[in-house]
Design a protein around this ligand. Structure first.
Ligand code: NOJ
Length: 740
């Protein structure tokens, strides 16, 4: 404290100059201290970690959002350390803060980057008002396994969709200026390949070939880096024998060397310490050296950096320049966020939007994130004016906590409006709403109350049946092997179906569930994910028709868990399945010949198609696509190809269609997926309206990481399709005649 280096007379100077000035004053221990991020959750952190802060052993703290504690900790750093470098406060602000937005997988179902950006902006402002300046989001891990609990936090199975939406989230959190009120630093995670965990078991090792890593898992990370993300986080995973936190090839090699990321890399929680548990390092000293030299700058919770790096440098086992680079990145982030200039900034520059506006945005987001999976006989929307009674049934119909979903530390359940409450409010004075939970929670196996639900259904014009999973069944370390509806919910659904009343199924869940055994119980089915604070009113908006459903699936829904991983952008194989070469197990003649069953790539019991494909989602109107045309049969590097098709709203209601463009590269130096999403657009059309939807393709849209690892397109024949989901057959061809 005696020699505080951060003084006003240093201003104004460039961030670089300011950082170098501090760095030049720092001891090895003080530099290493900046690299240490510790947990500051209660009990009373200032007593627990105060001495470490005083000793200059702490650079950042997680998980403290009580104003007086935040200020007390910051005060210690500023006034009681030798150099007075402020702390950086971080938190998992994943899908909202006090106001909770839909789960990221739900937000991804909106295919609306503007909405995703707005949600992140609001969350950032609410978080910053408590001193949080750094969130650990977005999570852009490509997720093709619905068993994995963290699919809830993901943006789905597709590299392009996750790239667009992940970049939007980064921009929302960070705004145009990191130091502005209400801006917080994003942290793109988990670098890399975490979503490929074997069998969907969290933390499990994985093997990802380089081609797969570069073409499937890395694109969203690159997009987030290009969007200006300030920080990245390593994954807990082990990729091909090298844990991500010690993976020099992935971090220094690809991320810094090839992608050009210059920001800060933090480990995941104790993932440096876990290098020992993985069997990759013998002790904390080796773990610290391996992680530091791989490109990790900050240590979340293992203390290996602060404990071991000074000695490693002193003993000549690690270059001091490595330590300097790491500390420089931490200090640079603090300056860019403005916490050095004004360490208590957002506490007095509150940019928080009014609660009313935040809730309105959360309601819009929830409505856009819900996907109408089926709507038999146009049972939806319900005509509220003609309703006399409505039964709202199910264990997820009135759960303010559960509807917020996983990774909600700061969400206020009092802000949640549940479906039961929202339907009662919307129909108040117009129709009777009978609410019967029937099961106390999603895993409840006690069927005693189901008869009350049946009773209510029989006395109602229609039923809204809210099923799904409690929030605790998805998220980190919450993987499931059986992803059907838990508890007695299938029994409940069958009993309600047997009443003969129109059944509107609503699934609130953190993952795509395997719905095959229950799907026929619903006349209409809305997949609501965990929709956040305003799930109830958003559902009423859709059910009443006030808002037309526009969500589209960001993941394929499996027929059964045995199909997993199932994703639309798979490789073709040498023997692709087609309707004519698959057989169902029930149709195999006894004594059938060994080679008589189709000899293609499918499951005898569950075929090869998902229950609902990627990109699927209905509206209350009908969208018809005209034929796809291309502006030329071919185009060369440097030129643009225009792809067009007519889109008509031929139904009787206004609607929004997410128009999707897919390509297939017919032959490459590496085999290419059977389809790849390359563009999409939300198009609003009034009933009866027609428009031309136009996309421009360039060589860059066709690029991939080629066999020699260079990035670019390859000349040759391509298919292009435009339609409302990933199965569309509405297509044309073109040729790329040259590539750079
Ligand atoms: C572990 C999780 O994997 C990561 O996503 C999260 O940000 C950190 N813990 C901090 O809570």
């Amino acid at each position: 404290m005696a020699e505080a280096v951060i003084t006003d007379d240093l201003m104004p100077a460039s961030v670089e100059e300011l950082v170098e000035a501090i760095l030049s004053e720092m001891t090895l221990e003080e530099k290493a201290g900046q690299l240490n991020s510790v947990d500051a959750s209660n009990p009373t952190p200032s007593e627990r970690i105060g001495d470490d802060i005083r000793a200059g052993r702490v650079g950042a703290v997680l998980n403290q959002v009580e104003l007086h504690e935040v200020c007390a900790l910051q005060h210690i750093a500023l006034e009681e350390t030798r150099l007075g470098v402020p702390l950086l406060f971080s938190r998992d602000v994943i899908h909202g803060f006090n106001t909770v937005f839909p789960l990221p997988i739900g937000q991804a179902s909106s295919w609306n980057p503007d909405m995703v950006r707005e949600g992140a902006r609001i969350a950032a402002a609410e978080a910053a008002a408590t001193g949080v300046r750094w969130t650990f989001a977005p999570m852009v891990d490509i997720s093709r396994d619905a068993r994995w609990g963290r699919i809830a936090e993901s943006l789905g199975e597709d590299p392009y969709l996750a790239s667009v939406l992940g970049a939007a989230m980064v921009k929302g959190f960070q705004g145009d200026d990191l130091s502005a009120p209400g801006s917080i630093a994003a942290c793109v995670k988990h670098y890399a390949g975490y979503g490929a965990s074997e069998a969907g078991r969290d933390y499990a090792a994985t093997t990802i070939a380089d081609n797969e890593m570069r073409n499937v898992y890395l694109p969203p990370f690159k997009a987030a880096a290009d969007a200006g993300a300030a920080t990245f986080m390593t994954s807990f995973g082990d990729i091909d024998g090298v844990p991500a936190t010690g993976n020099d090839y992935l971090i220094n090699g690809i991320l810094r060397g090839e992608i050009g990321f210059e920001g800060l890399m933090i480990s995941d929680w104790d993932s440096i310490g876990q290098l020992i548990i993985h069997g990759f390092c013998e002790d904390p000293t080796e773990a610290a050296k391996v992680a530091a030299e791989a490109g990790v700058d900050m240590d979340m919770m293992s203390s290996a950096f602060v404990d071991c790096l000074p000695a490693l440098v002193r003993e000549g086992q690690m270059d001091e320049a490595v330590l300097d680079t790491m500390a420089r990145r931490v200090l640079t982030l603090k300056f860019k966020l403005g916490v050095v200039d004004d360490p208590y900034a957002d506490l007095h520059r509150d940019g928080t939007p009014p609660v009313k506006d935040a809730l309105a945005a959360a309601q819009r987001a929830a409505a856009e994130s819900m996907v109408l999976l089926k709507n038999k006989n146009d049972v939806l929307p319900l005509n509220f004016d003609a309703l006399e009674s409505l039964a709202v049934i199910g264990p997820l119909a009135d759960q303010p906590e559960d509807q917020m979903g996983t990774w909600v530390f700061d969400g206020e359940a009092e802000r949640s409006i549940t479906p039961a409450t929202a339907f009662k409010a919307a129909l108040d004075g117009r129709a009777e709403v009978k609410f019967v939970p029937a099961l106390t929670h999603s895993r409840d196996t006690n069927t005693a109350q189901i008869r009350h639900a049946v009773d209510a259904a029989l006395k109602s014009d229609a039923v809204v049946l809210c099923l799904g999973e409690e929030a605790i069944l998805s998220g980190e370390a919450h993987s499931r092997a059986d992803i059907t509806l838990p508890g007695a919910q299938v029994e409940l659904a069958r009993a309600i179906k047997a009443t003969g009343k129109p059944v509107i199924g609503v699934i609130l869940a953190g993952r795509p569930l395997a719905l095959t055994n229950v799907e026929n119980c619903f006349d209409a089915l809305i997949y609501a994910w965990h929709p956040g604070s305003m799930g109830g009113p958003a559902l009423v908006d859709l059910v009443s028709g006030a808002v037309a459903p526009s969500g589209k699936l960001p993941v394929s829904f499996p027929v059964s868990v045995g199909q997993i991983p199932i994703h639309y952008n798979h490789k073709n194989s040498g023997r692709p399945a087609e309707p004519h070469n698959v057989v169902h197990i029930d149709d195999i003649p006894v004594g059938a010949g060994q080679t008589s069953l189709g000899m293609s790539s499918f499951h005898l019991d569950d075929g090869y198609q998902p229950l609902y494909p990627f990109g699927h989602g209905l509206s209350y109107t009908q969208f018809d696509y005209g034929p796809v045309t291309v502006s030329a049969p071919g185009f060369a590097a440097g030129e643009t190809l225009t792809v067009e098709c007519e889109l008509s709203n031929t139904g009787e209601r206004d609607g929004v269609e997410v128009v999707q463009l897919y390509i297939r590269d017919r032959a490459g130096s590496l085999t290419r997926p059977v389809r790849e999403l390359k563009a999409f657009r939300r198009v609003a059309l009034k009933a009866g309206e027609t428009t031309i939807v136009r996309f421009e393709l360039t060589e860059a849209d066709l690029a991939f990481s080629r066999r020699d690892k260079s990035f670019g397109a390859e000349p040759g024949l391509f298919d292009v399709w435009v339609g409302g989901d990933s199965t569309t057959q509405n297509g044309a061809h073109f040729r790329l005649t040259s590539a750079t």
